[in-house]
Design a protein. Structure first.
Length: 173
């Protein structure tokens, strides 16, 4: 699926349009739950197939973006497409049955791992291995705001850049 933009639309307008109930001759779509994380709209949708009188629930990831001098828009992906975003609320995984595709299984595992990483309690003195960074690790010096030192230099940290946590050479997560 491609991007869809609406002239002069705000981010709020696009979100409102994406979560509204929709209906046509084939079916009806209702948003059961929705949440915005940055420029990602997560929603649990329920589709009623009118011809087969069957209902299904699925998780939808809508990437929100702005086209310069035009307006906001979105690109939608269901979890079967294996989106590369993992901030989906954990409770949404329980609200929609797990699809059979390999993409969705892997995606759900990564979402759970993402939330586990975010929930892990950090303490001053812990060493944190980093990924996507030029330095291999830092030692936590502050939790709020999250800061760490490597070779005497203080760095701002984001939990999403943490690869592994260890204390006294024991890997924790």
């Amino acid at each position: 699926m491609g991007w869809w933009f609406q002239q002069d639309a705000t981010k709020k307008d696009i979100i409102k349009d994406l979560i509204r109930e929709q209906e046509n001759e084939n079916g009806k779509w209702t948003t059961i739950a929705h949440s915005v994380r940055g420029n990602i709209l997560w929603s649990v949708r329920e589709k009623l197939d009118k011809k087969e009188n069957k209902t299904e629930r699925y998780i939808l990831c809508s990437i929100l973006g702005k086209s310069k001098n035009y307006g906001w828009g979105s690109k939608d992906m269901d979890e079967g497409m294996g989106p590369c975003y993992y901030s989906c609320p954990l409770k949404y995984l329980e609200m929609a049955p797990e699809p059979m595709s390999e993409h969705s299984k892997g995606w759900r595992e990564t979402v759970r791992a993402y939330h586990k990483k975010l929930a892990f309690k950090l303490n001053i003195g812990m060493k944190v291995e980093l990924e996507y960074c030029k330095i291999p690790y830092v030692e936590i010096t502050s939790v709020k705001p999250l800061r760490g030192k490597y070779n005497g230099i203080l760095y701002r940290l984001h939990r999403r850049s943490m690869k592994g946590l260890w204390v006294e050479n024991k890997i924790l997560a």
